[in-house]
Ligand binder design. Structure first.
Ligand code: SAM
Length: 280
């Protein structure tokens, strides 16, 4: 792989976090299917565009973007070798020939040296240790007039899908809230900071819209539990509990999922930003 600046994130995503995601690729990808639909219909894409998908994971957005640009191309980049491998398999299986994938750190790698028309990201651009450098690097890949469209979570308190898991696993502890802007799921939660970052990278016409969508974590509570039980956050919150507290925390988690089971699946509130911008 090319130069890595985000060593901690690479250790997680090119390690256990990425392994878990790869094993449950279709399940993870369906949780944000509606979000991707909104991003793809935001008027950013034309049929001949070349597109870069940042933090593409197992490639759902890259494949969907490739279908929107039949005479263009889509390139997905991600820190995780296993996710990239799975993205290639799923893309070949879908018969998509205008998408390709590269393992790279989008903060520092010149992902598209000849430039792209559009940069997209579905919850893959909140993890940069140095977002100023990362967005400057990404903006350089955009042709003049090129567009950017990002999905990023709003703050934890608005994202029941994550706060409910944390609450269930708290086991009487008061869990620390990640500081605003820290690399992680909520790294772009502050709209003012996003505006400053994108403006600093030379982007204009920044628009930030709230997307409040139910997140379906599984078809039923057992299905959701099978996914969530192995997530990195769940390990981090439970590994230091004693055996009895851990069992009780997992029982509480399972009860929380049961309580959110509906006829349409296990649903939790979520809130994200749909961020769009343009290079001058
Ligand atoms: C929450 S997952 C989203 C994956 C995918 N976009 C999706 O929606 O299914 C975040 C992804 O961002 C990737 N990522 C985080 N930091 C990155 C970086 N600096 N460069 C490239 N990929 C990165 C991770 O490896 C991970 O696959």
């Amino acid at each position: 792989m090319s130069l890595i600046a985000n060593v901690e994130q690479a250790a997680a995503w090119d390690g256990p976090e990425g392994d878990h995601w790869t094993e449950h690729a279709e399940h993870y990808e369906q949780t944000t299917r509606r979000h991707r639909g909104l991003l793809l219909s935001a008027g950013l894409l034309s049929p001949g565009d070349d597109v870069l998908d940042v933090g593409c994971g197992t490639g759902a957005l890259t494949r969907e973007a490739a279908r929107h640009v039949p005479t263009g191309t889509a390139l997905g980049v991600d820190l995780s070798g296993r996710m990239i491998e799975r993205a290639r398999e799923l893309t070949a299986a879908a018969g998509i020939t205008n998408a390709r994938f590269e393992q790279a750190d989008a903060q520092v790698h010149a992902c598209a040296p000849t430039g792209v028309d559009v940069i997209l990201s579905c919850f893959g651009s909140m993890f940069f240790a140095d977002p100023v450098r990362a967005f400057a690097n990404l903006a350089e890949s955009l042709h003049p007039g090129g567009r950017m469209g990002l999905l990023a979570w709003r703050e934890l308190a608005r994202n029941e899908w994550m706060s409910a898991i944390r609450d269930a696993l708290a086991a009487g502890r008061s869990l620390p809230i990640p500081p605003p802007g820290a690399p992680g799921p909520f790294g772009l939660a502050e709209a003012g900071r996003v505006r400053a970052l994108l403006a600093g990278a030379g982007l204009v016409d920044v628009e930030i819209e709230s997307v409040d969508e139910a997140m379906k974590l599984g078809n039923d509570a057992a299905d959701a539990y099978a996914l969530i039980r192995g997530m990195g956050i769940v390990h981090r919150l439970t590994d230091d509990l004693d055996a009895a507290s851990r069992t009780s925390a997992f029982d509480t988690l399972r009860a929380t999922l049961d309580a959110h089971q509906t006829e349409s699946g296990v649903l939790f509130d979520s809130s994200a930003w749909l961020i769009t911008a343009r290079r001058r």
